[in-house]
Design a protein. Structure first.
Length: 322
């Protein structure tokens, strides 16, 4: 039974049991970049609670919001070396699994229905298994994401307004290429450094969905949300392969069942919360600006095609046809 296998695991006290040093309990450290009020954190709390409850306390998951366990890339490296166990990540994984870039190709996805049909179809399965093989992370559930918009302190209605505009992008080479081609001066920073970078004028802007604009408190340091809507995407909740494979079949099932419930809760929270956030950002003083999206798409397209290799381009074309 579950207790016996947990004790057995405890008895051999596998020393690569990430984070957990007491034999009979598995302790996972789960880091992510959103704040405690964010949909991702609320869903992750439910996931952790279900896993702990249904494993009779054999697996304890501690959450570290606001990048308090380190930035996204550092957390991925920590999971691979066994000092962390779970992370929320997506296109940044292209640094290990190149085809993860396809999760967030600018202007590839028409809307969230298109995203859902890809992530739940064979392209999504392929990306998920390449992340498992090449990044060493197993996806447990995912969140669909509101579109990414460019924030700034001057209205930006077309790429012509981007000259001299320094902005932060996440550690996603494809984003660096796309925004460079659009005429901006992008640089990679961890999300938890963005607020200070904007406050000190090191950068003039950044791009993110409204929920992370809110989570990062960016209304205090940015006046405009320019509706570029340049990326519709999804993001995975992932655990290290080793950490997951260490579990007995019974505990794997507990984790999978909790993931299914978390998936449903995350979808529910998205539906109920995302539309309010735009109004909340306006109430905090941000002005939403309509932009010439075709001009941004045309400006980015050459960089997208240059940045993707043949296999990625093949997948990109398959996505366009879904
Ligand atoms: O801007 C960010 O850091 C976040 O929106 C995400 O983490 C980003 O989309 C990617 O790094 C996801 O892998």
């Amino acid at each position: 039974g579950v207790l016996a296998s947990a004790l057995l695991l405890g008895a051999c006290g596998s020393d690569d049991n990430a984070g957990g040093d007491s034999g009979d309990k598995i302790e996972w450290r789960f880091g992510h970049l959103a704040d405690e009020n964010h949909i991702w954190h609320q869903t992750a709390e439910k996931f952790a609670e279900l896993v702990e409850e249904n494993s009779d306390g054999q697996i304890e998951i501690t959450l570290y919001p606001n990048n308090s366990l380190g930035g996204e890339t550092d957390t991925i490296n920590a999971i691979q070396s066994g000092t962390a166990d779970m992370v929320i990540s997506g296109e940044t994984l292209q640094n290990w699994a190149p085809n993860a870039a396809l999760m967030a190709v600018p202007y590839a996805f028409r809307d969230l229905d298109h995203v859902k049909s890809v992530v739940e179809g064979e392209i999504g399965d392929q990306i998920q298994s390449e992340i498992q093989d090449q990044a060493g992370l197993t996806a447990l559930y995912y969140h669909t994401r509101a579109p990414r918009n460019l924030t700034s302190n001057q209205p930006i209605e077309s790429p012509d307004d981007l000259s001299g505009f320094s902005m932060r992008v996440p550690n996603v080479p494809l984003f660096l290429d796309a925004w460079q081609a659009a005429g901006a001066s992008p640089q990679v920073m961890d999300f938890n450094e963005v607020f200070t970078g904007l406050q000190q004028g090191v950068i003039n802007g950044q791009e993110n969905p409204v929920d992370l604009i809110q989570s990062g408190g960016l209304a205090e340091v940015q006046d405009y949300v320019n509706r570029t809507e340049h990326v519709y995407s999804w993001i995975y909740i992932l655990v290290g392969n080793e950490q997951y494979n260490e579990l007995s079949d019974e505990l794997k099932e507990v984790v999978q069942n909790a993931a299914e419930e978390a998936q449903a809760l995350g979808d529910e929270l998205y539906e109920s919360e995302i539309d309010n956030i735009e109004q909340e950002l306006m109430d905090s003083g941000m002005e939403f600006v309509d932009v010439d999206q075709d001009a941004f798409r045309e400006a980015m397209m050459p960089a997208i095609e240059a940045s993707l290799d043949d296999e990625q381009l093949e997948l990109y074309n398959q996505i366009l046809d879904v």
